[in-house]
Design a protein around this ligand. Sequence first.
Ligand code: HSE
Length: 316
Amino acid sequence: MAQAPEMKEVKVFAPATVANVACGYDVLGFAIDAPGDEVIVRHSSKPGLRITKITGDGGKLPKTVEGNTAGVSAQDLLRHLGMMDRGIEMEIHKKMPFGSGLGSSAASAVAGVYAVNKLIGEPLSKKQLLPFAMTGEASADGAYHADNVGPCLLGGIVFIRSNQELDIAQLPVPKNLWAAVVHPDIEILTKVAREILPKDIPIVNATQQIGNLGGLICGIIQEDYGMISRSIHDVIAEPHRQKLIPEFYRAKRAAQSNGALGFSISGAGPSVFALCEGEETAQKVGKAVAQVFTDAGLENQTHVSRINQKGVHVIS
Ligand code: HSE
């Protein structure tokens, strides 16, 4: 790929993502328009990558490059390119909570590596940045799965055939597919949500899940909302993880009775999502689900969005 000219300063936005999409544990995810993290990078006369400012993290993130996913992914890219001595300053502006199920650590990892790649004249394509963003995210939750990083980087709905080989495919996005994502104000650590899952699953569950994942992918490709709806079921993670989310089944019933195509946990939770045909239904479903959490005394935020097809991008 021909190099673009270097830029003086780059500000990028990396969107929130919904991982798993019910039946695609670790292998399917999509991006939404908002919220998302922002990263700003600029050249510096002092050698090496430095994090000069972090906002929106409640003081939780250290300013060391190794201490957060944006620094780790960017550093991994610079190491790969043999450019570790380049002077680069980075600012990280967190716009979504940690442990929210919205792909917060993935968004920072993607934003960090994408911003630095742009700044130095874009030596690598977006898709080539995937392994570096993965290293960044893995530094936060210890696991290696591209179902947040993939859609955050590329946009749209991303299917991962193999996380080890990073063999991924972008699916076409049905025109009228909307998501309603509701975040109840509790924190769930991905590590904990992964540890509560059983190590083995009965073959009957595996068969059901494979059928549903295939059905969901066919429904998405053929724009068959009925097939999408029949397929959004998770018999592997949801039955175990729902215990971590107060009023999960009440929220699910509210989504279903207001016309959602399907409803499940966003990533490791506590955010939940519904896929809907059309904005009007998505708005209605988002309100009904939010009301369930409000009634239970839980603060919450709702994000109604089309599937974001852009992924990470420069904003100035
Ligand atoms: N696929 C991951 C999980 C997403 O469900 O644990 C959370 O990072």
